[in-house]
Design a protein around this ligand. Structure first.
Ligand SMILES: [Zn+2]
Length: 553
């Protein structure tokens, strides 16, 4: 009965329905406001514009104060501030949803079976694109080759992105489409073509992927819109009301603006420009951040890449990889060019967010930021380091000194834990995925998923945060367990702390008067249920600006 009641009221709130006072109240709820010590309130009310006007415990007083108020009965359920993913890639998620899903494939045979099934949805001659493979999950753990795909797909080009986005796997038909001979011994700057006897084997690491990417037919406008729409729907379904979208091109920003103009953005996008490119130039020309009037879209920052990822040994390390002597990873951007780009962002008043995974990559960011900030290092600039994944322990306090934000992804830790020690050895793990060491040093953490590298589902991020275990609960007690977050720290990382990292802390991330009515109604209390139940915690409905943008069927 309660669910039916909620559904009926939700229907009344859909666009077109007017209320007498313009005020809507959520009652009979367990509202976790996100304030210090996480008080629980039972009543929340907002105005017609979606601004919170009241938080309290007395439903009758609310009705007295606002005659004609529309009441929504939450059925005693838990309500948390809308979840914000502080590092993600919406368009990539959308295209991932339009590509064969190879995540968690257990073998090359499994990959080929999934591709065969997916191929049935494709027109003749179209490229078969897929993503999400990880050779670490397969017997032998060796990189695959083109030959593995050629028997099943002799003519149709096949191009498959690795789970971390830092390597690609092509069949021979795809390699035949490349513009230059892939044989010999040349290597692209910032990448690696794997070869045997001078012939490309089919795996292309970091920037080397461009030799295949550049010959994949570009998606047209309709497909790009379809991708964004699918990504947005997937996000709100999992309780996300905000996404910090990393690496947004000017055409992507225009697409998002068109969606915002048309009222088709169900959540808030904080777009970070795609490096030193047209989007950053546009911000610099305008002399200010881009803000859409709806509050659903803004671009206030820029994403830079310093190094690659750990899984493909692209992360830049200070010393050799433990499992590949002589190799220290790759710099995706040459340090002088990176420093110039950071300086440009600073002079334009744009917030830099720099991808750094290895300890050398992180040190380059610290040195570059220190130089660019100079005397301004102590101000409230909120420059960000994305991932801050393997950091020299002595460098962690420098994040605090420079007043940087560490934007970290809990599910990266639990995805990488089976092989991270092989890559960097035991000693370097001290500064790896070191959430509590950052906190203890006084560094704010903003949490995210890096979807589609990881799942879009923030419940998995909350679970990884508090367990540092896989979904089967292994290893028992968690991996490097002293770095686990408390449920409150984890939820803050996906709400108020994420909002702060994008300069939204005065409007988003908490449920208090004056803030936006962005919230999620859940099937349980994420702060007190056993951690093992977090991944299955039901998202009942997701609300943005006081309107439902997702409701469980
Ligand atoms: Zn990313």
């Amino acid at each position: 009965m309660r669910r039916l009641h909620l559904a009926l009221v939700l229907a009344a709130l859909l666009p077109g329905a007017a209320t007498a006072s313009g005020i809507t109240g959520l009652v009979n709820a367990r509202i976790h406001t996100g304030e210090a010590d996480w008080p629980v309130r039972t009543v929340l009310a907002w105005d017609a514009e979606g601004r919170i006007v009241h938080v309290g415990d007395d439903a009758r007083a609310l009705s007295d104060k606002y005659p004609g108020i529309t009441l929504v009965d939450a059925g005693g359920r838990d309500v948390v501030p809308g979840l914000i993913d502080a590092h993600a890639h919406l368009m990539n998620l959308g295209f991932a949803l339009l590509r064969a899903d190879l995540v968690d494939a257990t073998s090359k045979e499994d990959v080929i079976a999934r591709l065969k099934a997916f191929e049935k949805t494709l027109p003749e001659g179209a490229w078969l694109l897929g993503r999400g493979w990880d050779q670490n999950d397969w017997p032998g753990k060796d990189f695959p080759t083109a030959a593995d795909l050629d028997a099943a797909f002799p003519d149709r080009p096949v191009w498959l992105e690795r789970v971390d986005g830092h390597a690609g796997w092509a069949n021979s038909a795809a390699m035949r489409a490349a513009k230059r001979d892939l044989g010999g011994d040349w290597q692209p700057e910032g990448g690696r073509i794997l070869r045997e006897d001078g012939r490309a084997t089919g795996v292309f690491i970091d920037t080397a992927s461009a030799v295949i990417d550049e010959v994949v037919p570009a998606p047209d406008a309709a497909l790009r819109a379809e991708a964004l729409e699918r990504a947005l729907a997937a996000a709100v379904k999992h309780g996300l009301t905000g996404v910090h979208d990393m690496g947004v091109s000017l055409p992507d920003l225009r697409l998002m603006r068109d969606f915002a103009d048309a009222g088709r953005l169900p959540l808030r996008i904080r777009a970070y420009a795609d490096g030193d490119s047209a989007a950053l130039a546009a911000l610099c020309r305008a002399g200010r951040a881009y803000e859409h009037a709806s509050g659903r879209l803004a671009m206030r920052g820029v994403k830079f890449y310093v190094d690659g990822a750990l899984g493909s040994r692209g992360a830049a390390l200070l010393e050799d990889y433990s499992d590949e002597p002589g190799h220290r990873g790759l710099l995706v951007t040459e340090p002088a060019a990176y420093a110039a780009a950071v300086e440009k962002a600073r002079s334009c008043g744009v917030q830099p967010a720099s991808h750094a995974i290895g300890d050398r990559g992180n040190r380059i960011v610290l040195d570059t930021y220190a130089k660019a900030l100079g005397d301004a290092a102590g101000t409230d600039h909120r420059w960000r380091v994305e991932h801050a994944q393997v950091v020299a322990p002595a460098d962690i306090p420098r994040f605090a000194t420079l007043k940087l934000i560490a934007s970290m992804q809990p599910t990266h830790a639990t995805s990488d834990m089976p092989w991270a020690e092989a890559r960097v050895g035991k000693a370097r793990l001290e500064g790896a995925y070191a959430w509590q060491r950052f906190r203890a040093a006084g560094v704010p953490l903003a949490l995210g998923s890096d979807f589609p590298v990881e799942s879009v589902d923030p419940r998995l991020g909350l679970y990884s945060s508090v367990t540092r275990a896989d979904l089967a609960g292994m290893p028992a007690g968690g991996w490097l367990p002293d770095q686990k977050l408390t449920p409150q720290q984890a939820l803050a990382g996906f709400t108020a702390d994420a909002a702060h990292a994008a300069f939204d802390e005065k409007a988003l991330g908490k449920l208090v008067a004056g803030y936006r009515a962005d919230f999620v109604i859940l099937g349980g209390d994420p702060l007190t249920i056993p951690p093992a139940q977090l991944p299955k915690l039901e998202v009942i409905s997701t609300w943005v600006d006081g309107k439902p943008v997702y409701e469980r069927k």
